[in-house]
Write a protein that binds this ligand. Sequence first.
Ligand code: C2E
Ligand code: CA
Ligand code: CA
Length: 229
Amino acid sequence: YQPKVHAGYQSLVGAEALIRWHTREREVIPPDRFIGVAERYPVIRPLTWWVIKSAVARLARWPEELSVAVNIPPNLLLDDEIISVVQDALDIYGVAAQRLSLEVTERIMVDNQETMMNQLARLRDIGTRISLDDFGTGFCSLACFRDLPVDEIKIDKSFVSRMLESDKDHAIVKAVIDLAHNFSMKVVAEGVASMEIADRLADLRCDYLQGYAFNRPLPADEFAARYQI
Ligand code: C2E
Ligand code: CA
Ligand code: CA
């Protein structure tokens, strides 16, 4: 779980669940090495349902003001079972739907735009929040952006990490924050690696920050201990 903090107060607002594979040999394998493979096989489905259920179970033990975000691969967003998996997890653990965010990437908009919009709207009807991950790196046109039923934009870390050295990246970050706010969306900056970047993002009125400047992703128990929750 990687902490997400309020940009102005730097107080904890929640976490993003980031999966790790612990092998029998006690090796820890990062997601970039197995999610792509899992996506080519049916394993991605049970794996994603497990991520949703375990993150909601964990969230039930945290204070009510905290939220959790989970990453959802594009093809599973279109899977009808996702609605019942999300709804069941929230019901079983007694967690308010607003505390769960589903992170999806712009890849979802490549085909089936209309079906995808409907599915996002159904998930929002349950009350869960939708977050557009890695924003700025994909295929989302302004026309698609205009119609997207999302609550939050995550500015990709490639822009954030360079924003103090590169005027162009700085301009992109600023423009994305303003664009999102004009659509009443919240903005998260990911990959915030230093306090200088955090301060600049707060000046630009970014809402939330995530990055090594605050913490790396931590095992759930360590996360709870670190934030005394
Ligand atoms: P992502 O969703 O864009 O997650 C952000 C990645 O940036 C995480 O890598 C995080 O550890 C890393 N990060 C956070 N702060 C910083 C920073 O300050 N500097 C730098 N350089 N990196 C930072 P991680 O955990 O290795 O995850 C990589 C990707 O794997 C994720 O990218 C996401 O696309 C995917 N992933 C992770 N967990 C899951 C999961 O449960 N399900 C699915 N489907 N995909 C997942
Ligand atoms: Ca993510
Ligand atoms: Ca991301």
